[in-house]
Design a protein. Structure first.
Length: 522
């Protein structure tokens, strides 16, 4: 069906907020209560001083008396699980990668009035054990753990709600264990598609002045981190807290969060093992979900915030196109989360969907499983799969370079894939081949009007030309980037130990040629 736009029912929302939001506990006093809430559309520029202490706000897990807490053994570790309410089971999969279940508190206690809500932390995150699987942290392991929780709790099937990255994991879980899923809710979900998408909007409402202030906060806190011997956890908490008190909240929220909410995010909602993201993200990037949900019999609900600036407006349509049987609902005054900004409409919608869930027909389920087997074989044969598997370490780059074929450049690869191939060929000292790849990347970036990848393509063309002793050509492409006047924009290449700020980097390269740097990741 076509998208449905849902407005706000102010009275129910007010009741929900009064019931569940904590009393104001800020640094130096509570914030004034206003009848109107500041939104990204107001474009208010507020540059707040750095705060060096996060308010000691307790976990919602310890404040919500109706929660039942469990430690669930999934074979090689224990995962933290909470249940609340009775009835049809609804499991919540949080975002990240590297977030925790705490982001769903206290709002989903409203859902516990009509279903059993199941919260959990993925292995390596939050209150669960920090024990990587046999092959490290991975999407495959995360899906297996989720299935182990279902079995441990004794549910024949359950509805899976995936938020942000959790939306990607929920989709992969549905593909891996379709017989276990009675319904699928994709909330601000990462689409998991290798389709080129429009650039993110997350900085559209952050002014230059605010961005400079955020950079200053990071620099100041990093100085204290080094000089005062802070733990990384303490540094990260202070960084998150100060960022959200300032303009960083505009990247994913429609309304400005309270001081207390900023503290909760900093203390409890971004908590994971050091190696978690580094190991898991490549396994996510190696999966393209395109075409997987053709004739999927599982009822699916897609929930999107009109002001979810994490993505551009094309994301919701791409996701719906990949779920042709799904229902899409767009909330007009919400960002990435929806449930915390348009609370009443969100839970009214969720309740309606869960109450009318039909039973998945076994015949259609079996047919979809057969389709998925063929789909998976085609996925593994795609050269993009090999590229996306690459963890960008030296050994992986050499293997990729050895398997590289020039016919990969015939319009198959996207910008990120071309960048990986170019870096692999550079790492293997195949500078001529790398130069050709970065030229194709330039064409791709120009076609998409993508300034970031255009700058990267030109800069790395210059690097290859320098290494090939074609200095005048190198300077010419560096000057193209200089003329783009990108300021403090840039991109990190941590495997090479490079943090490239475009303007200053090309200014240096115009004066002196690039010299080879080695891959730091074995």
């Amino acid at each position: 069906m076509p998208p449905v736009r849902i407005g706000r029912h102010r009275l129910i929302l007010l009741i929900a907020l009064l019931l569940f939001l904590p009393a104001a506990v800020g640094c130096g006093g509570s914030e004034p209560v206003s009848e109107t809430r500041e939104s990204v559309l107001d474009r208010v520029v507020a540059l707040r001083e750095i705060r060096y202490e996060v308010p000691a706000i307790p976990r919602w897990c310890d404040r919500i008396e109706t929660l039942e807490k469990h430690r669930v053994n999934v074979g090689d570790c224990e995962l933290y699980v909470e249940t609340e309410g009775r009835g049809t089971p609804l499991v919540l999969v949080n975002g990240g990668p590297g977030g925790t279940h705490h982001c769903f508190h206290p709002w989903f206690s409203l859902a516990a009035e009509f279903v059993q809500v199941i919260y959990y932390d993925q292995r390596g995150c939050g209150l669960s054990d920090r024990t990587p699987g046999p092959e490290g942290y991975s999407v495959q392991q995360a899906a297996a753990d989720l299935e182990a929780i279902r079995q441990a709790l004794g549910h024949e099937t359950w509805t899976v709600l995936g938020y942000s990255y959790g939306g990607f994991l929920a989709q992969w879980y549905a593909i891996s264990h379709p017989e276990s899923v009675s319904g699928l809710v994709l909330l601000g979900a990462a689409p998991g598609l290798w389709t080129e998408m429009e650039p993110t909007r997350q900085y559209d409402y952050i002014s230059t002045e605010e961005r400079e202030h955020l950079n200053g906060i990071r620099s100041e806190l990093q100085t204290h981190y080094r000089e005062q011997g802070w733990s990384h956890e303490h540094y990260l908490q202070l960084l998150l807290y100060n960022n959200h008190l300032n303009a960083d909240w505009k990247r994913q929220n429609f309304y400005r969060p309270s001081t207390e909410r900023c503290a909760e995010i900093a203390l409890y909602e971004w908590d994971h093992a050091d190696e978690f993201r580094r190991q898991l993200i490549p396994t996510m990037d190696a999966i393209d979900l395109s075409g997987a949900f053709e004739d999927c019999p599982i009822p699916t609900l897609i929930l999107e915030g009109e002001w979810d600036l994490t993505w551009n407006t094309d994301k919701r349509d791409l996701l719906l196109d990949n779920h042709p049987g799904a229902e899409l609902i767009v909330f007009e005054r919400a960002g990435h989360g929806i449930y915390d900004e348009d609370t009443d409409a969100f839970f009214t919608t969720l309740r309606r969907f869960l109450r009318r869930l039909p039973r998945v027909p076994q015949r259609r389920l079996a047919a979809w499983q057969e389709y998925l087997a063929d789909w998976n074989q085609a996925r593994l044969a795609d050269p993009r799969y090999l590229i996306r598997q690459c963890n960008e370490g030296h050994a992986a780059y050499l293997e990729l370079a050895n398997r590289y074929r020039s016919d990969w450049l015939a319009g198959v690869l996207g910008s990120s894939e071309l960048r990986i191939v170019g870096h692999a060929l550079y790492d293997a000292t195949r500078y001529d081949d790398a130069l050709e790849v970065f030229r194709i990347l330039e064409e791709t970036a120009r076609d998409r009007d993508d300034e970031t990848y255009l700058a990267i393509a030109l800069i790395w063309q210059g690097h290859m030309l320098d290494l090939l002793d074609r200095r005048s050509e190198a300077v010419a492409v560096y000057e193209q980037v200089r003329d783009m006047d990108l300021g403090e924009d840039g991109m990190r290449h941590d495997q090479f130990g490079l943090a490239i700020v475009f303007d200053s980097w090309v200014a240096e390269r115009i004066e002196s040629p690039f010299t080879r740097v080695e891959n730091r990741w074995p």
